[in-house]
Design a protein around this ligand. Structure first.
Ligand SMILES: Cc1cc2nc3c(=O)[nH]c(=O)nc-3n(C[C@H](O)[C@H](O)[C@H](O)COP(=O)(O)OP(=O)(O)OC[C@H]3O[C@@H](n4cnc5c(N)ncnc54)[C@H](O)[C@@H]3O)c2cc1C
Length: 231
């Protein structure tokens, strides 16, 4: 199986859609989902950039080492603000932040781990949604944050079956535990979250069911309507 393509070379300068992929296995269903989504977006005429966090060896740990040396206690958001102000963000964070700021649509693609996202993707948010550049500083929060007017969505797989995620189901309603992603990460920096695209329990499916699920993913992305005008 092909690996997830990381960059659309023709569109590297100003990629209008950014897909951030977080699964350690290229042959996983989640990776197939990401490829299906990317293919569909491109087929629809959109330029797409993919950041494959595991393949790229992304370091998810926000710590003082990514900032220029300083004395005293480490206050992460204060250092982020200072790095934005003084132009000293690390090259890695700056590049990913620029990819975010250049994109009109952000897709976070991941398997559901502990009712949330894999740590590598959480750490990507920690480091790349920089205070002073994505929110705060000259920007505010939510509808005054830097990514206001843009859209974002999550593309996920689960281990549990769909009925476990219904209201009153064993795991609880999916939108309840996606709240921290939708409200706490995406809306917080200004995005309008689109409805999540979810494949429930692909490991329990037949081959035919997996094919049908990938078709459903393609249909969902064909329907996003990221029009050329908006991009
Ligand atoms: C740390 C951890 C925490 C977890 N927490 C939760 C949780 O809180 N809630 C929950 O519900 N689940 C949880 N899980 C389970 C996890 O969400 C699922 O295992 C995962 O989402 C399944 O997606 P996958 O891509 O990894 O599936 P995979 O097992 O990679 O894929 C399923 C099958 O699809 C096949 N496949 C891949 N591509 C294709 C293709 N193109 N066509 C046909 N078949 C294909 C694969 O070969 C495989 O046989 C957790 C797992 C871990 C590791």
């Amino acid at each position: 199986m092909d690996t997830v393509p990381t960059v659309d070379p023709a569109m590297d300068a100003q990629p209008p859609a950014l897909v951030v992929h977080a699964h350690p296995e290229p042959d996983s269903f989640a990776s197939s989902q990401t490829r299906a989504a990317v293919e569909e977006l491109r087929r629809s005429g959109h330029s797409v950039r993919v950041l494959d966090l595991y393949a790229d060896g992304w370091n998810p740990v926000l710590d003082r080492g990514e900032f220029p040396p300083f004395e005293g206690p480490f206050k992460p958001q204060a250092e982020q603000m200072r790095a934005v102000r003084e132009g000293t963000l690390s090259a890695e964070v700056r590049a990913h932040l620029d990819a975010v700021l250049s994109a009109e649509l952000l897709v976070l693609s991941f398997p559901l781990w502990w009712f949330s996202m894999p740590a590598i993707l959480k750490g990507w948010i920690d480091r790349v949604f920089v205070m002073g550049a994505a929110f705060g500083g000259e920007f505010g929060l939510f509808d005054r944050a830097a990514l206001r007017g843009r859209r974002a969505m999550v593309l996920i797989t689960t281990g549990g079956p769909e009925e476990a995620f219904a209201a009153g189901g064993a795991f609880g309603a999916l939108d309840q535990f996606l709240f921290h992603v939708h409200r706490g990460m995406l809306e917080f920096v200004g995005y309008e979250p689109l409805p999540p695209v979810v494949t429930y329990a692909p490991a329990r499916m037949s081959e035919a069911e997996r094919e049908a699920s990938l078709s459903a993913v393609r249909d969902a992305f064909a329907g996003i309507g990221v029009s050329a005008a908006r991009l």
